[in-house]
Design a protein around this ligand. Sequence first.
Ligand SMILES: Nc1ncnc2c1ncn2[C@@H]1O[C@H](COP(=O)(O)OP(=O)(O)OP(=O)(O)O)[C@@H](O)[C@H]1O
Length: 297
Amino acid sequence: MACALDYLTIGDKEDFKRDPTMPSETIYTVGESITVTIPFITDSPRTLQLSFQDVTILHQERKILNEVSGTVSPGEVLAIMGPSGSGKTTLLDCLSGQRHIDSGAIFLNREPLSKKWRRKICYVLQEEIFFSGLTLRETVWYTALLRLPEKMPKSQKITLVDGILEALDLTFCQHTKFGDYMNRGLSGGEKKRANIACELLTNPLLMLLDEPTSGLDSHSAISLMKVLKRYALQELKTVVITVHQPSSQMFHMFDKLLLLYNGDMAYFGEVNSIYRYFEDIGVVIEPHYNPAEFVCE
Ligand SMILES: Nc1ncnc2c1ncn2[C@@H]1O[C@H](COP(=O)(O)OP(=O)(O)OP(=O)(O)O)[C@@H](O)[C@H]1O
């Protein structure tokens, strides 16, 4: 069983005698009257490491994915890149557990991906479906009412919504309506972040995002990446994104890169090691070249 160490600070040992939910074998006492940090074991992990090995997807005689492997740790961003049709979205579907794999394996904290883990994963799709007449805050709030447990106090839900809006730099536009082609509202980048905000309400540990920067200008794409990266690092989330042709600046914001070509894995590793990889096979990436464009050519 995967375990995480949680900590609870108390002011008095007596508090524990009155708390029937606290498992007694995990209570640590120091002296008679104490102020102490108490470790107790929960079966709810706080972080997720994702690894996948030799993932293969077949369609008729064709291998849509052919023995694709990789790993990504909490706090890291893995970018899946490759030309159109190379299998990026298909791999994301597999990692989310929505698509059955024909061979290979997917592990979360070294356990096979199962229904239990799917609750810890959010999958942010490209399309944003929102009511144009609602404000950003109303949208996130109604999503919170639908997705969070009824028993959770309203004040806690409000705090959660506030925290997510702040983490995604959305507080300033929270009262703006989504709008539509007739009535302008949130910008494209704000809508993308709103989409992510709704998915973060359930506190996923692994975030899978399909082309989160598509349709954005390079400035908006970079600010979205900055927000995502900061969130991943601060909250120790594991992030996997598919991306088409990032700018050079954005490319260097990824920690790891998985390059697909016709379903085959052309490269997996640290983003910065790609230069050495190409040098080793006798190809030099010129300094003026956008490395993302180069590797996708
Ligand atoms: N269910 C399916 N049946 C048949 N072919 C499929 C299926 N799913 C994916 N494919 C094919 O697999 C290939 C990879 O598709 P996928 O959508 O993963 O590519 P992609 O790299 O995400 O492309 P893009 O960047 O254009 O979105 C494509 O040739 C697609 O037509």
